[in-house]
Design a binder for this molecule. Structure first.
Ligand code: LLP
Length: 431
């Protein structure tokens, strides 16, 4: 099976986190997001251990909540002492609601409003990852008014192309994010920030992209960032205490995808960093990584019920399910690959080629095209694997569909972490 939390039981049903998915669909209804709570804890521990061991004491992974964000998850992460990356008041409000200590939060975004900045300062968000001159000026003004001294990392664009999908490629010079090193803008902004007494410059951040299988782009990012750090030390006598290398490690979505060891990758990045620190005669800064997808994707699964099976002789077989682009827009947006299984007959051969579509009034509302699965009939349960990242967090109400429930599986038990929305929920803000 694609992941070690997926299996088949004696009834021929697919299991996830040791639990029968067909039974879970019966109990909670479909569409349904499932999250393997034990799996997330184990991955968080793996990241925390490897980052501290290979990137240095005091270094931390910061979970990127844009991949998955709800109160129950943040309660778990708080208990573990994890750091988080937040990008909106909605995300840090959710963390606060979970009792999360926001001094362990990095506040990102290329366009923070004055209200966002005020709220983050009031709540004591630990780091502002600043993206532009305008943001620095706004932060300076608001911090002075409020008598605060925010800690800041400057987001830099290192000019690296990790060759991932263009919508999730963020490290190139023409990116909407960050300040380019190559044009001299980064150096100019460092000088400006160092002159502002209201702001404590903690160091530099970069994020090169997402779904990256190789280590090379991370090596390049470390080299660009540490070289810049050495440059700033030489020019301004400023030696950055912190470097954040962002997120981006890949997740296998298909059996044919390469397997990936996050510990091994972090170890390899750590070895490069050790060599660079020595070569550039730098003191070791604290390092941060910001894994999103690789913390949660394979710890999630979505269950749907089959509605109709339509065979267009000589053309295509359509299987329509009771969800679609409203709960998972990733195929419509990126043609993202997924593994699908007929969970009601997971022990049977995948003998049928189908295009699995959703229920929205739009031809592009597809979960996957031309996948093999055991020929389903109405009310069979279809499982889409590896949906823990960027599914729930990117869901919408398109076609006025209520969002599915999200159920956490933990130690062989299940609990609702996010309730299924009702029709009443859909109209609650309508006047
Ligand atoms: N840090 C920063 C500053 C980021 O912009 C991102 C992702 C991450 C960390 C986490 O990256 P990850 O480890 O998840 O690759 N919606 C797209 C992904 C967009 C990623 C945006 N930034 C998708 O569904 O593939």
């Amino acid at each position: 099976m694609l992941a070690k939390n997926v299996d088949v039981n004696a009834h021929g049903h697919l299991t996830f986190g040791g639990m029968d998915t067909v039974e879970l669909a019966k109990e909670y209804g479909t569409p349904l997001y499932l999250i393997d709570g034990n799996g997330i804890e184990a991955r968080a521990k793996e990241y925390m251990t490897a980052v501290e061991e290979y990137l240095g004491k005091g270094s931390h992974p910061c979970f990127a909540g844009k991949a998955l964000c709800y109160t129950d998850l943040y309660r778990t992460l708080e208990k573990m002492g994890m750091w988080i990356d937040v990008v909106s008041p909605g995300e840090f409000y959710t963390a606060k609601n979970a009792g999360f200590d926001l001094s362990r939060a990095m506040f990102h975004g290329n366009n923070k409003t004055d209200e966002d900045i005020k709220m983050a300062l009031e709540l004591g968000v630990g780091r502002f990852v600043c993206d532009s001159d305008d943001e620095i000026e706004a932060l300076h003004t608001i911090a002075c008014e409020m008598g605060k001294k925010p800690k800041v990392l400057l987001r830099l664009t290192p000019g690296i192309d990790p060759h991932t999908h263009k919508a999730i490629n963020t490290g190139t010079i023409d990116s909407k994010f960050g300040v380019p090193i190559e044009t001299g803008d980064a150096e100019r902004l460092v000088k400006k920030v160092l002159e502002k007494e209201s702001i404590v410059l903690m160091g530099f951040h970069c994020h090169v992209g997402s779904q990256i299988f190789e280590c090379e782009p991370f090596f390049e990012a470390a080299e660009k960032m540490l070289t810049f750090m050495a440059d700033m030390k030489a020019k301004f006598g400023y030696e950055a205490p912190e470097i954040n290398l962002g997120g981006g490690m890949a997740v296998p979505y298909l059996e044919s995808d390469e397997k990936i060891s996050y510990t091994e990758n972090i170890k390899a990045i750590g070895e490069r960093i050790d060599a660079l620190l020595e070569k550039l005669s730098l003191s070791r800064p604290v390092f941060y990584l910001e894994p999103g997808r690789s913390m949660v994707a394979d710890n999630g699964m979505t269950l749907y019920s089959v509605g109709t099976v339509k065979c267009i002789e000589g053309y295509k077989n359509y299987v329509s399910v009771d969800g679609g682009m409203a709960d998972n827009p990733r195929y419509a947006l990126y043609e993202a690959p997924y593994t699908l299984i007929n969970a009601s007959h997971a022990d049977k051969d995948a003998d049928f080629v189908a295009t699995v579509g959703g229920r929205c009034c739009e031809s592009g509302d597809l979960i996957q095209e031309n996948v093999r699965l055991f020929r389903p009939v109405r009310n069979d349960i279809i499982a889409v694997l590896t949906t823990g990242a960027y599914n729930f967090s990117m869901s919408s109400h398109y076609n006025r569909l209520p969002r599915p429930a999200l159920v956490t599986l933990y130690n062989g038990e299940s609990r609702i972490s996010v309730k299924r929305e009702t029709l009443e929920d859909l109209i609650k803000s309508d006047l």
